[in-house]
Ligand binder design. Structure first.
Ligand code: PAF
Length: 313
């Protein structure tokens, strides 16, 4: 596995592969790798002759300096995992290589999919993501790029930027990988203590309850939002940031909840901010649902979409 630190070398390597008619898959990461990242590499391996991964903790997508400072870093461990997973080249640039002007002098401002939920809670976050992803795409020049569905709004923003800026890259969304008890894998989970790790299960329980409510006939996005909020508000040591139902492409709230929509939640557990989501119409998380549902609301008429999101409750 090659370790490459400059954009010029990565472009030359990727072009050489593509000129040899070898398709290139790309897995961008910020390191602190876990089985979720490796599932992206496995998907990339299955569809491409060559796989590039990047490890770059992008400062411009952190709107909180303490979060950036405490973000876990272990490049040697990451490189071992990537080598074992069959990656051909890992791109590990410094900040000056990615931002030669000292910062992103030219920025990519994402559209409407970036405004609510994570976008509202973390101002500037998606602009930082969109800018670095555009830069990474131009460095890795891949045929396909792989992103986890756990970061569902990021995936929506990247699909939109790829379409709007005309990158000739197929964006592949890969399923969230979960621990045996349902907790979505995240580089941040390692910062939870034993009690917080238990409290964090409230997120997947709330999402499982939303899937169960849809299966029972609930369709009102307002009611789903309230029930998700109630499920998380009642959980010890969990501070809700937002909960609601969205369309996965636009991140707009639907007038009436249907299959393919997403239930999304974000909460602070101690000092750790966690996000998760579940596909409505799927049943994979019902086994984790809270034993008792909050009030179940059945609705047959479309409901108005206003006010579904709950902010910093
Ligand atoms: O999902 C991540 O790890 C990051 O947001 C990404 C896409 C690598 C951009 O820094």
């Amino acid at each position: 596995m090659r370790i490459i630190e400059t954009v010029a070398e990565l472009q030359a390597q990727s072009l050489a592969w593509r000129l040899a008619r070898e398709q290139v898959g790309f897995v961008p990461t910020m390191g602190a790798l876990h089985a979720g990242h490796i599932s992206l590499v496995t998907a990339a391996r299955a569809a491409n002759r060559r796989v590039i991964a990047s490890v770059f903790v992008n400062p411009t997508q952190f709107n909180d300096a303490a979060d950036l400072d405490s973000y876990p870093r272990d490049f040697d461990g990451d490189a071992r995992m990537l080598r074992d997973a069959g990656v051909d080249a890992v791109f590990h640039p410094g900040v000056a290589e990615m931002y030669p002007a000292g910062g992103p002098a030219t920025r990519v401002v994402p559209g409407a999919a970036a405004t609510g939920f994570e976008g509202a809670d973390r101002p500037g976050h998606f602009e930082g993501v969109a800018t670095v992803v555009a830069r990474l795409f131009n460095a890795a020049l891949p045929d396909r790029a792989y992103f986890g569905q756990k970061d569902a709004q990021q995936l929506a923003v990247i699909r939109a930027l790829t379409r709007d800026l005309g990158f000739p890259i197929e964006i592949v969304g890969c399923p969230t990988v979960r621990e045996a008890d349902g907790l979505a894998m995240s580089s941040r989970n390692g910062r939870l203590d034993v009690a917080q790790r238990e409290h964090a299960l409230a997120l997947v329980r709330a999402l499982g309850t939303a899937q169960r409510e849809f299966a029972a006939g609930a369709r009102d996005p307002l009611a789903f939002g309230r029930n998700l909020e109630a499920a998380l508000a009642g959980a010890p040591a969990v501070k809700l940031d937002y909960a609601g139902i969205v369309n996965p492409e636009t991140f707009a709230v639907p007038a009436i909840v249907g299959p393919g929509d997403l239930a999304v939640v974000a909460a602070q557990v101690g000092a750790v901010r966690l996000i998760d989501n579940a596909a409505i119409g799927a049943t994979d998380l019902i086994k984790y649902a809270a034993i008792e549902s909050p009030r179940l609301v059945l609705l047959t008429q479309p409901a108005p979409p206003q006010g579904v999101m709950t902010w910093n409750a």
